[in-house]
Design a protein. Structure first.
Length: 682
């Protein structure tokens, strides 16, 4: 057609002089439409040129200068950013859905956190597609901006000057138009009122509100793949993709959790200041300022930096939702569950735990989730979490019944809590401690898998003076076999209790051995000794020398002396403990026999084998009489006595006794059992 333009126009002029103009025009229009439908258009934009030819024909042959002009193909969407990267999976999914040949309207929803790149994905898809006859951009931030967008559509298509006219035109125009609603974030906005009610056309919606998924297919837009995030940073920073630059860029995008808007902001700052290699050092010192800064030069029309985007969503939350988000900013970003809060709401006060006054604020916060009879109200909890998820500040994981909060949102929330963040931290610290206390002991090991990430996150802020739940935390660490943390917390618990109460408080005295043993396990034997000495002396003064608690304290102190190599001091205490238990409990009592066993072992360490023999002979007799000749404790006593005989040079007695032990072990355990084999030692 373009090659024969001159002859073509001549034919048109001939038609205008004909007496059957209207008939010829109708026939020619029909031929043009058939040509457009049958030509296989492969070049992007060819459809637009065909439309222009059609419009030119109408303009040339219309006898009435006032006749309505046929509108040209319309695309009032801006192009995608020049530095667009990645998102192939989402773009392919959108293409497969929106360009499928079905006789129904297609609606696709891109939802996610502000700054995740939803708008740019939509614009990139529109820019690369040749499937749509007309494409219309509508700012869906408010009803007012939507009405303005629809009025523009009506005017562009010469269909009127109101939103209703635009909707009527879209409903009656049975073709592949595309309507793009951008930033439909307001949960109070009923977008359905502005969706053309017909079985044709295509609609793309970007929103922070995941509820809009009900309208059609959807994709949750979240952080970028690392390689694409690195490419985006280097492009936005105008840096060459050298190995060194890529290494620096990887560290930066990881710190920014691969969030596109934060990456572009960082790139703009780096482009202006040339600080790619030093950016992380600056970020660690002034990250709040950097994430609030908006560059004058920008690759897109998005005008808000990431922290401002968070603030805009945050400002729309209720007071309860605001507090909940702030509390969760101190937890691990993933795996936050309702159980954490519901167990805490059922907290039972203990004598050694925090007082009701100390827990007034966490209890007040949790009270909003309790029903009239004090029961947990799941619906009230969901109302709060759903409000936060409405702005994609949190994301729910249905299969796990947990939700997550983006780390940058957490960071922003902690940094922007009005006033002092310590009270908010103390509340979530208490809620976590209260929650752990509500877990049955048999379930602690399983619960630790879910709660330890949150405990680790909370423990990063130990500088704040929160209520004392360290004993509960110690139990959780111990159940997860993280004994080092458990031991440290034991010490912390006892020292805190000693600071709150007098050293002669019986509750404190009963707890002193635990941290002393912990000191010893950590290689801090001197500290352990000092604590055990204080405990033993205090209990002797308060309870008397013959009290079981006093004897236990002396026994524990003797064990510490042994660990420190002070064997003689240990022997003195153990001799007193044995005599006291023998006098008070009797020679046959298990605690008396245990004391005899320990003192005999100490005599051996001191080289006093004869004294050890006297006790061990008696111990073997007692074990045989009380437990029987085949009991493991009896055999152990015989084995120890055989070793003592060996030390005394009584080899025949040692061999006879050890042979008896070995034979009994073989009978009881079998010839191949490890303990039976080991028993042949003498």
């Amino acid at each position: 057609m373009q090659a024969e333009t001159k002859g073509f126009r001549g034919q048109i002029k001939g038609f205008t002089k004909s007496s059957s103009i209207s008939v010829e025009i109708a026939g020619y229009e029909k031929r043009i439409q058939e040509l457009i439908l049958n030509i296989n258009i492969t070049e992007a934009g060819a459809n637009s040129r065909a439309k222009k030819i059609e419009a030119t024909l109408h303009a040339m042959i219309s006898p009435n200068p006032l006749a309505v002009q046929v509108p040209l193909n319309t695309n009032n969407c801006p192009p995608a950013t020049r530095i667009f990267q990645g998102r192939e999976k989402i773009l392919v999914k959108m293409k497969e859905f929106l360009e499928s040949n079905t006789t129904q309207q297609h609606i696709y929803v891109l939802h996610g956190l502000g700054g995740a790149g939803k708008t740019q994905i939509a614009l990139k898809f529109i820019q690369d597609s040749i499937h749509f006859t007309n494409t219309f951009f509508v700012d869906a931030s408010t009803i007012e901006t939507i009405n303005i967008g629809f009025k523009n559509i009506a005017r562009l298509q010469n269909a009127g000057n109101s939103s209703d006219h635009a909707l009527e035109w879209l409903v009656t125009r049975c073709e592949q138009w595309l309507l793009f609603f951008d930033n439909a974030d307001d949960p109070r906005l009923n977008l359905n009122k502005f969706l053309p009610q017909c079985n044709h056309g295509n609609i793309i919606i970007t929103t922070q509100n995941p509820e809009l998924r009900v309208y059609g297919a959807s994709s949750n837009v979240f952080d970028m793949e690392e390689d694409k995030a690195v490419a985006l940073l280097l492009k936005s920073a105008a840096q060459e993709p050298s190995p060194t630059n890529k290494e620096d860029a990887v560290a930066i995008v990881k710190t920014l959790w691969h969030l596109p808007l934060a990456i572009v902001q960082a790139g703009a700052f780096i482009a202006k200041s040339g600080t790619l290699g030093r950016y992380l050092a600056l970020y660690s010192q002034t990250h709040e300022k950097l994430l609030k800064e908006q560059s004058t030069q920008s690759y897109s029309n998005y005008e808000w930096p990431i922290y401002t985007t968070c603030q805009m969503s945050f400002d729309r939350l209720s007071a309860s939702a605001t507090m909940f988000l702030q509390l969760c900013s101190f937890l691990h970003p993933e795996g936050i569950s309702e159980d954490i809060f519901s167990r805490a709401a059922d907290y039972k006060f203990l004598s050694l735990g925090p007082s009701r006054e100390e827990l007034e604020q966490p209890l007040e916060f949790l009270s909003q989730f309790r029903g009239p009879r004090g029961e947990w109200d799941t619906l009230a909890f969901l109302e709060i979490t759903n409000e936060i998820m409405t702005y994609s500040l949190a994301t729910f994981a249905p299969g796990q019944s947990t939700f997550s909060i983006h780390p940058l949102v957490q960071q922003w929330s902690r940094r922007n809590i009005l006033g002092d963040p310590e009270p908010v931290y103390c509340i979530i610290h208490s809620i976590l401690g209260m929650s752990i206390q509500g877990i049955p002991k048999q379930h602690l090991e399983l619960a630790s898998l879910k709660l330890l990430p949150h405990l680790d996150a909370v423990m990063q802020f130990q500088g704040y003076k929160a209520p004392n739940f360290t004993s509960n935390y110690e139990l959780l660490y111990a159940s997860a076999n993280r004994h080092q943390e458990a031991k440290v917390l034991k010490i912390s618990a006892i020292e805190r209790q000693r600071a709150l109460k007098r050293d002669d408080d019986l509750d404190i005295l009963s707890l002193m051995h635990s941290p002393a043993a912990t000191y010893n396990d950590l290689g801090q034997g001197q500290e352990a000794q000092e604590l055990e000495v204080v405990g033993a002396e205090k209990q002797r003064a308060i309870l008397g020398e013959d009290h079981p608690h006093t004897l236990t304290a002396m026994y524990n102190l003797a064990a510490i002396y042994k660990q420190l190599g002070q064997i003689k001091r240990a022997e003195e205490l153990e001799a007193i403990v044995m005599e006291k238990r023998r006098a008070i409990l009797g020679e046959d009592h298990p605690q008396t026999l245990t004391a005899m066993h320990n003192l005999a072992a100490t005599y051996k360490q001191l080289g006093q084998a004869k004294k050890a023999e006297e006790l061990e002979v008696l111990l073997v007799e007692k074990r045989r009489d009380i437990l029987g000749p085949d009991h493991p404790d009896t055999l152990l006593a015989m084995h120890n006595l055989a070793a003592t005989y060996l030390n005394l040079g009584r080899f025949e007695d040692a061999a006879r006794l050890q042979t008896e032990v070995t034979q009994k072990f073989r009978i009881i355990l079998g010839d191949n059992h490890p303990d039976a084999v080991l028993s042949i030692g003498y």
